[in-house]
Write a protein that binds this ligand. Structure first.
Ligand code: KIV
Length: 281
């Protein structure tokens, strides 16, 4: 079990140590408390919360207020992992000033340790400015869900030479801008391997094969809580969706049959109190 809190420099120092960085998304206090006992390195309050927790079709409707509330909630349960919070759609795209100001809000109001934003070369100036403000930045390139409409869906990126070259350039631009790590999402494993070898900061893969410096998954996907979503890159380590259904079915049938609550789950009055009540009647 880890005892020292992870930091952006401690994550960078893991590159080339042979010890993979392990990250997961988290969205609330209850899960954060459980994850805090596991030794996980990074908790990301991803804007995937829009789909996972808020039921939106994509991440675009997620607001700064949503991100701040969920990040604060995760913060209260977390003592060990580096807490990274996503800058949501349209919270940084407009200007460098807007990006720095909203990154600052995630740190001051959300109590995050670092922020993440999507995009490479086009966002490098913003990454530099946020880093100059003293805020660690995690990049995110390849399949970038905030650009779902531009990509025409959630398809694997960088399959062809020119697209692969562009993603490599993006990784190098983020490194130059001062990012402490980069999420590589939805790209071929061979491209992720090349990028991982060519840059000095850690790569964290999701749907990017085994050669990244670390891996991240959406917590609810890993736990099998999303009953109708199982893409190729997700491995389910539990089947909580079915377990929850089964537990609630048992509860419904026991309440309806009168089996719950039984004496074990019912408070007893003291004998003397019962006698006094009987005398008073
Ligand atoms: O929002 C998110 O959960 C993410 C991860 C999938 C990397 O960006």
């Amino acid at each position: 079990m880890k005892t020292k809190r992870a930091t952006a420099p401690s994550i960078i120092a893991r590159k080339n140590t042979g010890k993979k960085i392990v990250a997961l998304t988290a969205y609330d206090y209850s899960f954060s408390r459980i994850l805090d006992t596991t030794g996980i390195d990074i908790l990301l309050v991803g804007d995937s919360l829009g789909m996972v927790c808020l039921g939106y079709e994509n991440t675009l409707p997620v607001t700064m207020e949503d991100m701040i509330a969920h990040t604060r909630s995760v913060k209260r349960g977390n003592t060990q992992a580096l807490l990274v919070s996503d800058l949501p759609f349209m919270s940084y795209q407009i200007s460098v000033e807007q990006a720095v100001s909203n990154a600052g809000r995630l740190m001051q109001e959300g109590l995050a340790d670092a922020v993440k934003l999507e995009g490479g070369t086009s966002e490098a100036e913003k990454v530099s400015a946020i880093v100059r403000a003293g805020i660690p930045v995690m990049g995110h390139i390849g399949l970038t869900p905030q650009s779902v409409h531009q990509m025409g869906g959630y398809s694997v990126q960088g399959k062809h030479y020119s697209a692969a070259r562009k993603i490599k350039e993006d990784a190098k631009a983020l490194q130059k801008a001062g990012a402490f790590s980069i999420v590589l999402e939805g790209i071929p494993g061979s491209l992720a391997e090349e990028i991982t070898k060519e840059i000095k900061i850690p790569t964290i893969g999701i749907g990017a094969g085994p050669h990244c410096d670390g891996q991240i998954l959406v917590l609810h996907d890993l736990l099998g809580m999303n009953l109708d979503f199982r893409p190729k890159f997700v491995k389910q380590y539990a089947n909580l969706g079915e377990q929850i259904q089964s537990a609630v079915h048992d509860y419904i049938s026991e309440v309806q049959s009168g089996a719950f609550p039984d004496t074990e789950h019912t408070y007893n009055q003291k004998e003397t109190a019962i006698r006094k009540m009987e005398e008073a009647v």
